[in-house]
Design a protein around this ligand. Structure first.
Ligand SMILES: *[C@@H]1O[C@H](CO)[C@@H](O)[C@H](O)[C@H]1NC(C)=O
Ligand SMILES: *[C@@H]1O[C@H](CO)[C@@H](O)[C@H](O)[C@H]1NC(C)=O
Length: 453
């Protein structure tokens, strides 16, 4: 970190220029790819969509699903994959510096076949293990992390990081932030050796802060990055005006208390739902936009927090998709940044070619057409969708219509896809069609067949 900062100073001018030229391209956003749903697109389509259409550059999986890992090959998107909690005891090794056979086998099965084509950048050993209160899992957690790390190094993947995400239940105190401390009993026995592992391996301590699960009617604005009276921390003299920032600093205070304030923090999960049960306070599209847009801005800003000035936080928003099979209150099924059809749930600036750019004026109309290599099945699907639930006016490609000839799927699909694109608001993603649509600035109209604008 220190040498990086020095290097940055020397090249401050070119960096600044680059920054100005490519402000949005510098955006880094991670998402949790949960798949508790029966309506999601296939992983390959999801991977292509994220790569081509969004700024999402990191994806976190709650397992090590080989189909999903393979789908991200060649995308440049980095992956965090997860060891199931139940595998933790077997991964642990008796000797702290040598991998267990199970850890070596885990790497051989879940990493070696995919890396480096898929950029697996972090392996989470279990998920919120401390919250399970399972003594056997908890006792084996740090040994399993060491063993897996040793197995990765021994298998030729020393650059793949090892960590484990924690709920904020690991803290026994967190308000105001300077009082942050780990739960007694776990602090010296679990967290000190774990943080020592993170320091030695230069890997992040991963936490899942959820202001959503901590707000009341009085603190809603504080949770949502809106103007509010703030929470004053008398020990530091800091007036906290956002709960997410306060939660990160509470974690930092707990780490400092054990002497590990230098270890990096990453955010494994955080998010806000865009819909909830009738009458539920603070659960709307506007609320989700306020939380997630401000969150993405903050973690990318390099501003850091009062206790961690200048830091950036590798962050994974929960979640990529609305998951229709999640049990529990309505809000649980509405944490997604995207709907199952890949349309954004709302605009938080994640789309490339900014979909909120001003509408094109006269000379810069754009049309959406089918790609030449789209399959016949894709073309038919696109017609069915655009002219069906998509609500586009497809009269011109009916028998007798001005665009009926040539009577080919390619021509009819292009007309329908464009009609849908124009009607849906001309967002770039409206022309995605699973990768079978492309935007053009050349008017595809011919003869009496006029493409809509
Ligand atoms: C893999 O991901 C890590 C973390 O995002 C990044 O630093 C690294 O450059 C990536 N490697 C490749 C080959 O893309
Ligand atoms: C904290 O900041 C808020 C917003 O700027 C302000 O309204 C409030 O008076 C401040 N409180 C304290 C104790 O400084």
């Amino acid at each position: 970190m220190a040498s990086l900062a020095k290097a940055a100073k020397l090249v401050v001018f070119p960096l600044l220029l680059l920054h100005l030229l490519s402000l949005s391209a510098a955006l880094s956003v991670g998402v949790n790819y949960g798949a508790f749903a029966d309506n999601l697109p296939p992983p390959a389509q999801v991977a292509a969509f994220l790569k081509d259409r969004t700024f999402v550059d990191r994806v976190k999986l709650f397992d090590a699903n080989p189909d999903i890992i393979r789908a991200f090959a060649g995308t440049g998107i980095s992956l965090m994959i997860t060891v199931p909690n139940g595998d933790i005891p077997s991964l642990a090794s008796r000797r702290s510096s040598a991998p267990s056979p199970a850890a070596s086998a885990w790497v051989a099965i879940n990493v070696a076949p995919f890396y480096p084509a898929t950029n697996i950048s972090l392996i989470a050993v279990g998920n919120e293990v401390l919250a399970t209160s399972d003594r056997n899992l908890i006792a084996h957690l740090v040994p399993a992390m060491r063993s897996l790390s040793a197995a990765l190094a021994a298998s030729g993947f020393p650059q793949i990081r090892v960590s484990t995400p924690h709920s904020l239940g690991i803290l026994s105190a967190s308000e105001p932030p300077s009082t942050g401390r780990f739960r007694p009993g776990y602090d010296r026995v679990i967290f000190a050796p774990m943080l020592d592992f993170h320091r030695r391996t230069r890997t992040p301590f991963v936490v899942n802060p959820y202001p959503y699960f901590g707000y009341t009617a009085r603190t809603l604005d504080y949770a949502l990055f809106r103007p509010n009276p703030g929470v004053f921390d008398p020990a530091t003299g800091v007036n906290y005006t956002n709960m997410f920032v306060a939660q990160l600093d509470a974690v930092q205070a707990a780490m400092q208390r054990l002497g590990y304030g230098d270890v990096e923090i990453a955010v494994g999960e955080t998010g806000w739902p865009s819909a909830g049960d009738p009458g539920q306070l603070g659960v709307s599209v506007e609320d989700a936009v306020s939380y997630n847009a401000n969150l993405i801005r903050l973690v990318n800003s390099g501003k850091g927090t009062p206790m961690m000035p200048g830091r950036r936080f590798e962050t994974y928003v929960f979640a990529l998709f609305n998951e229709n099979l999640k049990p529990g209150p309505t809000a649980e099924r509405h944490f997604g940044l995207f709907n199952a059809d890949l349309s954004p749930s709302y605009d938080v600036g994640l789309m490339r070619d900014s979909d909120n750019a001003p509408a094109p004026s006269g000379d810069s109309w754009r049309w959406c057409v089918a790609t030449a290599d789209a399959s016949l099945a894709e073309l038919q699907n696109n017609i069915d969708y655009a002219c069906g639930s998509g609500g586009a006016d497809c009269g011109a490609i009916q028998n007798g219509g001005a665009c009926f000839d040539p009577n080919t799927l390619l021509a009819h699909a292009s007309y329908a896809m464009n009609a849908y694109y124009q009607a849906a608001g001309r967002h770039d993603f409206n022309c995605y069609f699973g990768g079978s649509g492309v935007l053009t600035s050349t008017d595809p109209s011919y003869g009496n067949c006029r493409y809509q604008t």
